[in-house]
Write a protein that binds this ligand. Structure first.
Ligand code: MN
Length: 478
């Protein structure tokens, strides 16, 4: 059921060292989760193995694949981060730790909150690989969602549709985006899903037939113009993205012109424009539907030329023209920039200087700007001055940089602050003066008899905590 050769066969350029690393992570995870079962009754390890396979399929490196195998070992079976770092190095430890922390984010289900959560999610993951592992984890959970109890199923599917699928889209990983959306769609909007499937079935046959007919004439036309080095691909649109479009068009499928889009893939950018010219010379384009995403890429980096033409048979067909690299990028997005070939040991940290890092840094920068604007703190570097920490239930609390356990307690409630007796950070007892870090999870213990002291003031950063401590100190002197 879990043959490591399946992963190896996807690692086309791997060295012996790479394989040894993946093998070690495989053995470690198999052992660590040996007593754990999934809801389906299968060994838990199957989930880790499948997550690793999704990562390998995306072209990720041995490092990321190994992190995929280990991603639940801290949370589920209590392996210490230090152990992972010692056995597998800082890099893998960093990814596993990041995935664990993202798992603590809680989804509340309001649209306004979803957008912030999506941005927060990206901002918290300092390394794109953390997000890619998390998305692959979620994809396997969606593929096996039927085993999860019904009440939980809907929450997970909604979260996938509102948080994870848009994240995959934002990172340009269409391959993940499409499957996340379509698996969640079925659970979140069952009747709309059934209706969309019905409409597609009704049209699929004739659509494919007319597309193939058009393709024949297109090939002839291109050959007549000396373009022979190209290949084509056609696929029916993803169900959820089709549904969204149908909804905008009164559920009228006749208004959808890209149900089946035809892709023409050529070697160079100049050939893209040449092909567009040839097509427009032979078939009449639909006005207003010509899009030059090569000169003006979409915000997520997508590039191609799109046009919709009258196929001469009474129908319309959308043609997308792109280079091989654009095609690959449109399916794999950021994953293709940090995949096997490009990934360095250093990882994709915002501060390093390679090209793929520039891509990630740009994305992070724009997200941070958006979030800062949303929070109305345009003038300060929001992320440099704030940290995000969690309550035990997973609610996010943002505090100024340098805040302590004391500040956290007061941000929950002044009464909690006034009666702190002790605290745990990430499951370990700490002094209440401890400075907090991004992603920490804090539990506060209170005692009626506890009260603030002078020393608390020195560790308080927020105005609110200082104010309440002062009130309590002067009050107790009276
Ligand atoms: Mn998992």
């Amino acid at each position: 059921m879990t043959n490591i050769q399946e992963i190896f066969s996807l690692l086309t350029q791997s060295t012996q060292t790479d394989k040894a690393l993946v093998q070690k992570a495989y053995d470690f995870a198999l052992h660590a989760h040996r007593d754990q079962k999934r809801k389906s009754g299968e060994p838990y390890f199957v989930h880790l193995f499948e997550t690793a396979k999704i990562l390998a399929d995306l072209g990720m490196s041995a490092t990321t694949i190994s992190a995929g195998l280990l991603h639940d070992s801290i949370e589920d079976v209590g392996v210490a981060l230090e152990t992972i770092e010692k056995e597998f190095g800082k890099d893998i430890g960093f990814i596993v730790d990041g995935v664990t922390k993202l798992g603590h984010l809680k989804y509340r289900g309001t649209a306004r909150h979803s957008e912030s959560l999506r941005k927060l999610f990206l901002a918290m993951a300092e390394d794109a690989r953390v997000i890619i592992v998390k998305l692959s984890d979620r994809l396997h959970n969606m593929r096996t969602l039927q085993y999860v109890p019904e009440d939980k199923r809907l929450r997970i599917a909604k979260e996938t549709l509102e948080i994870y699928a848009p994240l995959a889209y934002r990172l340009g990983i269409r391959k993940l985006n499409r499957e996340l959306e379509d698996t969640a769609f079925k659970y979140v909007y069952p009747s709309e899903y059934a209706e969309t499937v019905r409409l597609v079935h009704e049209r699929e046959g004739s659509e494919t037939e007319s597309l193939e007919k058009f393709l024949k004439s297109l090939k002839k036309e291109l050959a007549a113009n000396n373009i022979t080095n190209f290949h084509t691909e056609h696929r029916i649109k993803g169900l959820y993205s089709l549904y969204k479009k149908l909804k905008r068009n009164g559920m009228d499928i006749d208004k959808i012109h890209d149900l089946a889009a035809l892709r023409v893939i050529v070697p160079s950018v100049s050939e893209c424009y040449q092909v567009l010219g040839i097509i427009h010379g032979a078939w009449r384009p639909l006005p207003g539907r010509i899009k030059d995403y090569i000169a003006f890429p979409k915000p997520n980096g997508y590039q191609a030329l799109h046009t919709t033409i009258f196929n001469g048979d009474g129908g319309l067909v959308e043609v997308q023209i792109k280079t091989e690299a654009m095609y690959h990028d449109s399916e794999y997005g950021i994953a293709s920039h940090i995949g096997y070939k490009q990934e360095t040991n250093e990882g994709i940290k915002p501060n390093s200087k390679t090209t793929q890092n520039a891509l990630w840094t740009n994305l992070m920068q724009s997200l941070k700007t958006e979030l800062a604007e949303e929070e109305n703190v345009r003038k300060i570097d929001f992320f440099k001055e704030r940290i995000f920490v969690f309550t035990p239930k997973g609610d996010v609390i943002d505090l100024p940089f340098g805040s302590s356990v004391i500040d956290f307690a007061y941000s929950i409630h002044s009464e909690v602050g006034n009666t702190i007796a002790g605290a745990k950070v990430n499951g370990k007892f700490v002094a209440i003066y401890t400075t907090l870090k991004n992603g920490d999870r804090i539990e506060i213990e209170t005692k009626k008899s506890a009260k603030p002291s002078r020393k608390w003031l020195e560790s308080a950063k927020t105005t609110m905590a200082k104010k309440h401590i002062r009130i309590s100190l002067t009050g107790s002197r009276k």
